[in-house]
Write a protein that binds this ligand. Sequence first.
Ligand code: ATP
Ligand code: MG
Length: 243
Amino acid sequence: MVVIKVKNLSKKFGGKTIHKNINFEVFQGECLGLLGGSGAGKSVILRSLIGLEKPDGGSIQIEGEEIVSKEEDQLIEIRKKVAYVFQNGALFDSMNVYDNLAYPLKEHTTLNHAEISKEIHKLLEEFGLEGTSEVYPSELSGGMQKRVGLARSIIIKPKIVLFDEPTAGLDPYNTIKIQETIIKLKQKGMTSIFVTHDMPTAFAVCDRLALVQEGKIACVDSVSEIKKDKSNRINQFISGIYI
Ligand SMILES: Nc1ncnc2c1ncn2[C@@H]1O[C@H](COP(=O)(O)OP(=O)(O)OP(=O)(O)O)[C@@H](O)[C@H]1O
Ligand SMILES: [Mg+2]
């Protein structure tokens, strides 16, 4: 079953064309990796999927529902269903780690204080963030901020998650922790898009990889196919032959 369907998406910023014609689908339970050079338009694709960017043309369907034509107030329901793990963590600076994590639970669930506290402490432990409850984002390292951002995005167990470089800047131990978390979420049925430059993680968590190039999806293939066929365009991109 197709969960996300992107068709003929186009986008310009000023006079600059970012997306000419983007087409792809993501199936139920799948993790689709999005690769591409810096500035290729990967983050703009993710932002468009939750209505944070308005495409100039084309269609985006999430579980059959058209996103592009939706007004801001209609997008709230979509943003409950589709979690976005921002490239920079996007934490609330005025709230400590505990309150950052409690926020989505208070907004979107009926859990009581004790249940919220239990969920938060479980995730803090899973993400190696024990003892940071009272700490404010500005006092955390970049990698810790990223992990809190990821924890906050998944705390309400969304069915669809858009990951924007969740492992960039993380040390190997925490990178593997995040891979394990994503694999666990997949086992529970999560459908996701995974934007990354971290190829070991892409191979560990993605089912298929798509390459964004010159405003189009230049190539999309299963991870097993890409591993077999060294001449595959995605392998050429990975080995740095071209951007
Ligand atoms: N709000 C904006 N206004 C103007 N230009 C923008 C805006 N957002 C993105 N762009 C431009 O669109 C292009 C694609 O940006 P995007 O952030 O999607 O790249 P990316 O593929 O995610 O790159 P990276 O791998 O470096 O994160 C870039 O040239 C960027 O400068
Ligand atoms: Mg980006």
